[in-house]
Design a binder for this molecule. Structure first.
Ligand code: ZN
Length: 169
């Protein structure tokens, strides 16, 4: 079941889940500086087979999953991470530290801004999933596909920022 309740909002009231351009998303309530850890993406680590099964239950369950390593995904259902939306011009990125996925700010984020990351940074060359994008960014790619589809300059930028996990490259 897709759960709409979340139980891991970080303390301090810096984030909220609000209505955004595309459904609901994570919104900063306080200024976040570039380089700061915004939150942990928590959830349950599941195999690729489990994620494939999600598409038959509710496609949102599958769409929300984060690639976790070569063989597994992190399912954030019921957690804040299920509202982490994509942008082709993101202000955050995913960094894997030990066994944890952290969302880090790659630009300064102002109160009221939606916190977004680029889904392609977590889609390996073997991920065939794609998303029709309506993020509104000037550089919107219209269709979001795996890491190999990124413009070379964008990939270089993301690698420099350290937001492409080693298991994706
Ligand atoms: Zn876009």
């Amino acid at each position: 079941m897709y759960k709409a309740r979340i139980d891991d909002l970080p303390p301090g009231g810096k984030l909220a889940v609000r209505a955004v351009r595309n459904g609901r998303g994570i919104v900063a309530l306080k200024a976040i500086r570039k380089g700061a850890t915004i939150c942990e993406i928590s959830g349950k680590v599941v195999s690729a087979e489990v994620v494939w099964g999600y598409w038959d239950i509710d496609e949102r369950l599958g769409e929300n999953c984060f690639r976790y390593d070569a063989d597994n995904y992190l399912d954030p259902n019921g957690k804040l991470g299920q509202y982490a939306n994509h942008s082709c011009n993101p202000n955050s990125g995913i960094v894997k530290k030990g066994r944890r996925l952290l969302l880090k700010a790659i630009t300064a984020i102002a109160p009221g801004d939606e916190v977004t990351h680029d889904y392609s940074t977590l889609l390996g060359a073997d991920d065939v999933w794609k998303l029709r994008c309506n993020c509104g960014a000037a550089n919107c790619r219209r269709t979001v596909r795996n890491i190999a589809s990124l413009p070379a300059s964008t990939l270089r930028k993301y690698r420099r920022l350290g937001i492409v996990p080693a298991f994706i490259i």
